[in-house]
Design a protein around this ligand. Structure first.
Ligand code: SAH
Length: 225
């Protein structure tokens, strides 16, 4: 199956080399230290998640189209967010904005279970198929408005929003467990800052990190269409 998906052994090796270079030059060189994140980024075949014509550029240092006018973030931003989420093998995580399923695959490598919500059905279906083909089983994708979270599955050890929000939806913070962390790009339509929020002794602590630029989270507690 993998062979069919990737177009043969030569390309497979080539993509693996590109992936290793990406980990060295874009992640380690810029300060990503979490060994588990680096290992997962070195394993997950990013070229299968982008639109096919962009596969040869999948490991380059920029975002890429995934269809339906949506984009997959640059590898460094994905790694940064995963590191900031501080998940363990035991974590149950909520991802909002499945998109291509690339980050879902990374989370599936890092956590016990990933719950992921995507608003555009064709993207959710494509991600579901690809993740299954790649042998992931510890994930569940739902089509719907992720800005409301997934209360039936709460509380989560981590919540990661991969689309921008004008402000942090309270309803999501309520679904975060004590000790849990949420990572989200918060700000305007064009640019945002990545925020890391966690609960400590019942109190919410919020840190502002990098500047970034994400597509919009469209929904009840996000942007209107
Ligand atoms: N992390 C993804 C990329 C996400 S792009 C990847 O690895 O490919 C952001 C995604 O959020 C888009 O697919 C978009 O359709 C989705 N989205 C936007 N608003 C949403 C909402 N309210 N609920 C769920 N998904 C949403």
């Amino acid at each position: 199956m993998l062979k069919k998906l990737t177009g043969g052994r030569e390309k497979l090796v080539d993509y693996q080399i590109q992936r290793e270079r990406m980990v060295r030059e874009q992640l380690i060189a810029r300060g990503i230290k979490d060994e588990r994140v680096l290992e997962a980024m070195g394993k997950v075949p990013r070229h299968l998640f982008v639109e096919e014509v962009f596969a040869p550029r999948a490991y380059a240092d920029h975002p890429l189209p995934i269809g339906e006018k949506q984009t997959i973030s640059q590898p460094y931003i994905v790694a940064y967010m995963l590191e900031a989420l501080e998940v363990s093998k035991k974590s149950r995580v909520l991802e909002i904005g499945t998109g291509s399923g690339y980050q879902t695959a990374l989370l599936a490598q890092l956590c016990q279970k990933v719950y992921s919500i995507e608003r555009i059905r064709p993207l959710a279906q494509k991600a579901q198929r690809l993740l299954e083909q790649l042998g992931y089983h510890n994930f569940q994708i739902m089509v719907g408005d992720g800005s409301r979270g997934w209360p039936e599955k709460a509380p989560f050890d981590g919540i990661i929003i991969s689309a921008s929000v004008p402000s942090l939806p309270l309803i999501l913070l309520e679904q975060l467990d004590e000790g849990g962390r949420m990572v989200a790009p918060v700000g305007g339509e064009k640019s945002q800052t990545l925020r890391v929020v966690y609960k400590k002794s019942g109190q919410l602590i919020e840190e502002e990190r990098l500047h970034c630029s994400f597509v919009k989270l469209i929904g009840e507690y996000g942007w209107s269409e």
